[in-house]
Design a protein around this ligand. Structure first.
Ligand code: CU
Length: 269
């Protein structure tokens, strides 16, 4: 009997076995855990761990991996002493605590997986709070203003709002708001509904992705929290520096194509 790859594949297919379950597992390095955690607000510089470290699913190749920690002025606050640990598949760097003041910090990493040679990269943010009080993200009252085009409402000197209405090809209306819309902690709200007003009930997940190409930051990825049917919210210091930011919204729907929307805006202090 003639044996071919195609027939072997057919047999496996008929048996319901996928190739990936037979071939040895080689993967790119995906982050599993972070110290400090993404979006964490640390009480003080002293409370900050000595090292920023990220643990991966695969061993990173030391000669082709990097990690840096920068403040909101794009200055490094680490000691440029990258350590790659085979033991726990982690990458870490020590912090120069003398440079840590209350503010937003961005950790930017890139690793090459020893396992499959693929490069993965990402960015995440954490904050050091002012004084000893936990920074309260002040949520201003939610006026239901009718907004057509992306616009910035300067309601007073403190708070502005970015608001964008989008209608997709398959008639889903998205409204995306950022408050207070400045560098640092912001609240991001997404509401979705169909033209006729009914809620979009088959949403599985909503992801936000932030990139600042001028400063080479990103992607900073966040999963939004469901607050109601079709409504999602997220708070964090993703806009960790001033300048031009690209935001991508991905709405995963059960049984339908993802909704992908991407747009840019400028962020000031
Ligand atoms: Cu890979």
């Amino acid at each position: 009997m003639k044996f071919s790859f195609a027939s072997a594949f057919t047999i496996l297919f008929l048996l319901g076995i996928s190739l990936s379950s037979i071939l040895p597992v080689h993967g790119h390095a995906s982050p599993i855990s972070y110290v400090p955690k993404p979006n964490e607000i640390v009480d003080s510089a002293e409370a900050l761990p000595d090292r920023v470290s990220i643990t991966f699913t695969e061993n990173p190749e030391p000669r082709a991996s990097s990690l840096k920690v920068i403040n909101s002025n794009n200055e490094r606050i680490d000691n440029n002493d990258l350590k790659v640990s085979e033991l726990d598949k982690s990458v870490s760097i020590s912090l120069d605590k003398s440079k840590v003041i209350p503010g937003i910090y961005t950790a930017d990493w890139l690793v090459l997986s020893k396992s499959d040679g693929h490069i993965t990269k990402g960015t995440y943010v954490f904050s050091v709070a002012e004084n000893n009080t936990t920074t309260a993200s002040q949520n201003p009252p939610n006026d239901d203003k009718q907004q057509q085009q992306p616009q910035i409402l300067q309601s007073n000197n403190v708070t502005s709002i970015y608001s964008r209405n989008i209608t997709t090809d398959d008639n889903v209306m998205l409204k995306f708001d950022i408050v207070p819309f400045k560098m640092g902690q912001n609240t991001f709200d997404l509401t979705t509904h169909y033209m006729n007003g009914t809620a979009v009930e088959n949403i599985r997940n909503v992801f936000l992705e932030f990139n600042n190409p001028d400063k080479n930051l990103g992607p900073i990825v966040d999963t939004m929290n469901k607050t109601n049917v079709g409504n999602y919210s997220s708070t964090g210091a993703f806009l960790s520096q001033t300048g031009n930011w690209e935001v991508k919204i991905t709405v995963q729907r059960i049984g339908e194509y993802d909704i992908n929307q991407q747009f840019n805006f400028g962020i000031s202090k």
